[in-house]
Design a protein around this ligand. Structure first.
Ligand code: ZN
Ligand code: ZN
Length: 136
């Protein structure tokens, strides 16, 4: 192997992944399985790989987020239906009673209103009689 780019007398132990310079043990910047001659090259490489990694990660994140959101939505929907059904099954009598009573009270209320309305509006015969009395 060639000598270090910075120290001509020293034997190089690695080659820069960015510019290809040979560097000695003291100069080499190791990052994972990559070797760099300087922090400048290291930063350059980080900027290049980092950007693509970030893009990939973001894409992955978006996909998984959408998936998770969909799954949560489906789960919530199922849970809501299950809960509603469970509640109804458990309180069937109570619910039915409540529904029935509300229907009955509604019916009673309606018939009362109709009765009151009928009372308030004089029948045609009454009106006729009143008119006749006025004429007389
Ligand atoms: Zn380099
Ligand atoms: Zn060196």
């Amino acid at each position: 192997m060639a000598n270090c780019f910075f120290h001509g007398e020293r034997e190089a132990v690695a080659r820069c992944a960015v510019c290809g310079r040979s560097v000695c043990e003291e100069c080499v910047k190791r990052e994972g399985s990559c070797n760099f001659c300087s922090t400048e090259c290291q930063t350059k490489a980080a900027a290049m790989t980092g950007r693509s990694d970030q893009v990939l990660a973001e894409k992955k994140k978006t996909n998984s987020t959408t998936m998770v959101r969909k799954l949560i939505y489906i789960f919530v929907l199922i849970a809501a239906i299950a809960a509603a059904y469970h509640f109804y099954a458990n309180n069937k009598k109570a619910v039915d009673k409540k529904v029935n009573s509300s229907v009955t009270s509604l019916r009673e209320g309606t018939s009362k209103v109709i009765k009151d309305t009928k009372k308030a509006i004089p029948t045609s015969s009454q009106m006729k009689r009143q008119k006749e009395s006025l004429v007389k």
